[in-house]
Design a protein around this ligand. Sequence first.
Ligand code: NAP
Length: 508
Amino acid sequence: MTEFHSVTAETGLPEGDAIPGNSLSDVQAACAAADEAFDSYRATDDESRAAFLEKIAEEILALGDELIVTAMRESGLPRARLEGERGRTVGQLRLFANVVRLGQWKSIRIDPAQPDRQPLPRPDLRLRMIPLGPVAVFGASNFPLAFSTAGGDTASALAAGCPVIVKAHTAHLRTGLLIASAITKAVEACGLPKGVFAHLIGPGNELGSALVQDPRIAAVGFTGSRSGGIALMKLAQARPVPIPVYAEMSSINPVVIMPEALKARGEALGAAFIGSLTMGAGQFCTNPGLLLAIEGDGIDAFATAATAALETAEAQTMLTTGICSAYNKGTDALAGNAAVTTLARGKEGNGTTKGQAALFQTTAAAFLADEALGAEVFGASSLIIRCKDEAELRAVLNGLEGQLTATIHMDEGDTALAQRLLPLLERKVGRILANGWPTGVEVSHTMVHGGPFPATSDSRTTSVGSLAIDRFLRPVSYQNIAPAILPADLRDGGGKAPRMIDGVLHTN
Ligand code: NAP
């Protein structure tokens, strides 16, 4: 059996006892148990399932400081960030508990029979959403709590009624094991079948691939690299029965500073931009990796302020040596590009995992001529693009790949330009925000953390917020099914969930 070690982010070195990995037969056993648990788990009533999600939250909190200290060591992220992330993880589970109770996710629709309709009678038709089946979750390295073992994918799949099998992220194995123990305790306390949750440790390209290929797995949630996400999409499509893969991959999150905002507050925006860029060593999927502005008043003040702020940025520990070396490769490529100017580098750090912040500048013409300039550099690196005019700004935005976010900074005088850009941005991204920074994703009913490829593999969905539950559901229509055998929610007067009856929405 392969053994693994927990790695300390600061040193890149293994720490503590070996952790046994799982074998391919463990994958099969977990899939069999999940498949067996599926029917009884999906039949749990709303209150029991909501209580289970809340119990997971309670058990995570009961892990106490050991969880935070372990995650700090494995990720290199500071205490305040991880305490906030734990709050978000727990809040997310509680949000989904309320979603389950509200019942809107079932999308109940009833079209009563019309036996006398001419020329043909209408049958009695009823629809509800049901869960897809066991879900494989590949957590993210950059959110060891909120996007990993008990993160958004796991919470939304469990809320939908799907058992979950997590492929542990090797960058935070001990953190993952602690969270997995909390989920397992909740499974036991709620009297649910064991197969509702499993946590497997092993290499992605062997154990992870086997998991995605197992015929009992019905969907995949993934957050990570573009190459990893695409590999899993291909595997899932090549199965005898293809399944959906919800992969969140790469995004450079363009920020546009509009002319009037630039004129009025270029300097302040320059400093604020670097604050967002360097947060968490820049290891956010919504990191502002591209900044666009039209030549004019305020652009130099903006660049000067951003340069000054970046020069004072401390080097920060990155999540893994691999992520740090990919970051260095990306910044070296930008620095070595003849069409790019290095405006500033942050302070240097000691060790193999310290990321040195970087700020680059180029012209719209150069950006349009070189596809490589639009590649994600995961970390605190950003590229300012100076555009001659609105046409160039539009051309750059138009040429971008799909993104998670687009940000506009605007004053009143920028309204007309913003109005013109909005339809273009809608086509490119999942979330458009004004006068803020894209880092910081609210977990709410209206959040979209998604977007066209390669931001995600399926732009119709989100991996954050209550709408994430939809990824793990599918509709079933029941035609002329006798009330005695209809699911309770679909019977006349059955259940508390809102329902659309003959096209009219009814809520209790
Ligand atoms: P990753 O290498 O894609 O790994 C994510 C997870 O997927 C890991 O559990 C990994 O397992 C598994 N995996 C990767 N490739 C696989 C394959 N071909 N088959 C099966 N499983 C596979 O991502 P990462 O290590 O977290 O970060 C690396 C890079 O991802 C970063 O440099 C950054 O570019 C990007 N990233 C993007 C985001 C975002 O939100 N957009 C977030 C985090 C990272 P193993 O580790 O065992 O291979």
